[in-house]
Design a protein around this ligand. Structure first.
Ligand SMILES: C[S@@+](CC[C@H](N)C(=O)[O-])C[C@H]1O[C@@H](n2cnc3c(N)ncnc32)[C@H](O)[C@@H]1O
Length: 273
């Protein structure tokens, strides 16, 4: 299968099918982690964020900001961000099953957070210019069939002079077959691949449970496409750092092989004006 052209209306059919696949995974993830997460959220000041994310959010002065998380999943990171003192927290995600869990976590943390079920490409216009900071963490950009359209939509959510913070796995990893720690690192695919990855083995990256899953399609966007899409959407690069730390639920083989590849990156894009 080839990647749909950027203006193709079939982009929506890809995202809608992916969101069905995510909704199917929601109760399975909940079986693995929801009770523990609710318990953890009851601790005042709880945070699931690692040192890199925490330092970057302090640098962006999160404490006084109206923050939205793009593709917030079960909201655990947004609860942590709200616990850092964010003025407003809004989580956007297209899978209602995960947002129902997010509402339970916010309640356990006694935090007032709004969760909005929407395909990111279709976020309602009344959220335009509503935020000082957008947060995007591991496992989001690869779900976007049209990376330019994605940045174009989310940049409109920002007030002038405000920022997008991205902390993602490095796209170079998409070239390598993910495996358990100690397994060999096998070079699989081109960094310049544009065709989607189609997978029907499900999205239980916590327990590896196999179930009858709607096939999902994900995409590899090279680093230059991500940065240039941000610039085309009216932002400037304020910070970009490639990092050795492994932040995903895959590629344990690459981490353990310690071959010096970038495993993740942080990027801050600042809206012009
Ligand atoms: C791997 S999770 C990452 C979220 C977060 N970083 C985390 O670790 O919990 C990806 C999320 O993106 C959401 N998603 C994927 N495509 C989307 C789209 N087109 N619109 C809205 N949400 C989407 C899924 O529902 C899922 O919750």
């Amino acid at each position: 299968m080839t990647q749909p052209p950027k203006s193709d209306p079939s982009i929506r059919s890809v995202t809608q099918q992916n969101l069905r696949a995510w909704n199917e995974a929601a109760p399975i993830h909940a079986r693995h982690n929801l009770a523990d997460l609710i318990e953890a959220c009851r601790n005042p000041g709880f945070s699931c964020l690692d040192r890199t994310a925490t330092e970057m959010l302090h640098r962006l002065e999160v404490a006084s900001k109206d923050v939205a998380q793009i593709c917030c999943n079960n909201g655990i990171e947004l609860v942590s961000i709200k616990n850092m003192g964010a003025a407003r927290g809004v989580g956007f995600d297209g899978a209602q099953g995960f947002l129902d869990q997010a509402a339970q976590l916010a309640q356990a943390a006694d935090q007032d957070i709004e969760f909005v079920c929407s395909d990111i490409y279709d976020i309602a216009r009344h959220y335009n210019r509503a935020f000082d900071l957008l947060v995007i963490t591991i496992g989001v950009l690869g779900w976007m069939p049209d990376i330019a359209g994605f940045f174009d939509r989310i940049a409109k959510l920002l007030r002038p002079g405000s920022a997008i913070f991205i902390y993602e796995h490095h796209p170079v990893l998409m070239m390598l077959k993910p495996d358990r720690a100690g397994a060999p690192v096998e070079w699989e695919l081109s960094y310049f691949r544009t065709a989607p990855y189609v997978d029907d083995s499900g999205l239980d990256y916590y327990g590896g449970e196999l179930y009858e899953a709607t096939p999902n399609q994900s995409f590899s966007h090279k680093m230059s496409d991500i940065i240039m899409a941000g610039i085309a959407a009216g932002t400037e690069v304020e910070h970009f750092e490639e990092l050795p730390q492994h932040i995903s639920n895959a590629w344990w083989n690459v981490e353990s092989a310690d071959i010096g590849l970038p495993m993740s990156y942080t990027l801050i894009l600042r809206k012009r004006g």
